[in-house]
Design a protein around this ligand. Structure first.
Ligand SMILES: Cc1cc2nc3c(=O)[nH]c(=O)nc-3n(C[C@H](O)[C@H](O)[C@H](O)COP(=O)(O)OP(=O)(O)OC[C@H]3O[C@@H](n4cnc5c(N)ncnc54)[C@H](O)[C@@H]3O)c2cc1C
Length: 299
């Protein structure tokens, strides 16, 4: 299998038994059988073809900032689009970004071009692909607010474009998650703005993040979706769980909506902590906390 993928991706872009802890913001996760890093749409299509022919399960990922990968790792192949296909092109008030571009890099490009509207996403540590798939959001804004259209690849390798209004964006969901489409890139519709004001907004959002979130510790961001009428962090804190640990996984002292890896956490520790939080909050408040982070692989 290795030889087959190596023949068109090159040896440097095919890793065998690759620890996923190296590719997730949680710094947790066992080995992926194969870790593939395509650089072009053609290579991505070839991966889909080979995987289908050989019956190899595929998992597509960006920066791994919303993932909990199991301790036994991932069977089949992981397709990493992180920092690949990451072109950014500005044309008037439109900004195209490839799926592998980091949202922070896109925010910097928008700032340089004096375009406003992307500031809220500057501190979200994911790629454009992961962001669009998740409809990432912060501070009252979501990517859906600024998406004009998205280019994607379906499981047959066909490339299509879909307008933002047809992407079925909702709270942390999209058509890409629903149909398993691979996001290739996105055109954002931004507005001409004032460079200093754009910079100030980015700084303000950054400051709020650094003050309120444990950004210095390995995590995958907010573990739970916001339950209607509540805040997950407040419910968890209300049950006295701030700082509560299972093994190396701990409810952040800074923000109870985050679970941090104290250094030696296993995926099992995080999973047990997630279940403990869900059970406690449900028993005391009757609120079911749904996870926002994605669980991948074998636990
Ligand atoms: C400190 C911290 C703060 C965070 N703050 C926020 C926040 O404010 N708002 C927010 O919304 N999120 C936040 N997150 C979570 C995370 O950054 C976002 O969900 C982000 O959009 C994930 O992007 P990614 O590239 O890391 O995706 P990954 O974690 O690699 O993948 C996430 C999902 O997207 C899919 N995916 C990835 N790329 C593609 C692609 N090209 N095509 C199809 N599917 C794809 C994967 O299969 C997976 O299901 C935070 C995380 C951390 C660690």
């Amino acid at each position: 299998m290795y030889e087959l993928f190596k023949s068109f991706l090159g040896a440097d872009n095919v890793l065998v038994s690759e620890p996923m802890s190296k590719h997730t913001s949680f710094k947790i996760g066992g080995p992926a059988d194969l870790f593939l890093m395509p650089e072009t749409h053609g290579q991505l299509r070839q991966i889909l073809t080979v995987a289908k022919e050989q019956n190899i399960p595929l998992f597509v990922m960006g920066n791994g900032s919303n993932l909990l990968v199991g301790d036994k790792g991932i069977r089949g192949a992981v397709v990493s689009l992180y920092k690949k296909m990451n072109k950014i092109v500005v044309d008037g008030e439109k900004l195209y970004a490839g799926c592998g571009a980091l949202m922070s890099t896109v925010a910097s490009a928008a700032l340089s071009a004096e375009l406003e509207g992307f500031e809220f996403a500057s501190g979200i540590p994911g790629t454009i692909g992961g962001g669009i798939y998740m409809n990432a959001g912060a501070y009252g804004f979501e990517l859906k607010d600024i998406v004009e259209s998205v280019d994607y690849m379906d499981s047959e390798g066909n490339i299509s474009q879909i307008s933002g209004s047809d992407c079925k964006f909702g709270y942390r969901k999209s058509i890409f998650a629903e149909k398993g489409y691979i996001v290739l890139g996105c055109i954002f519709e931004l507005k001409k703005g004032n460079k200093e004001q754009i910079r100030e907004r980015i700084n303000d959002f950054t400051q709020r993040r650094v003050t309120k979130q444990p950004v210095e510790k390995p995590s995958a961001g907010s573990v739970f979706k916001r339950p209607e009428g509540y805040f997950a962090g407040a419910l968890i804190e209300g049950e006295g769980l701030k700082g509560f640990s299972i093994g190396g996984a701990q409810v952040s002292e800074k923000h109870a909506g985050f679970i941090i890896n104290k250094g030696d956490a296993t995926a099992k520790d995080v999973l047990d902590l997630v279940e403990h939080i869900q059970k406690t909050v449900y028993e005391k408040n009757g609120v079911k906390l749904e996870t926002e982070i994605k669980f991948v692989g074998e636990f």
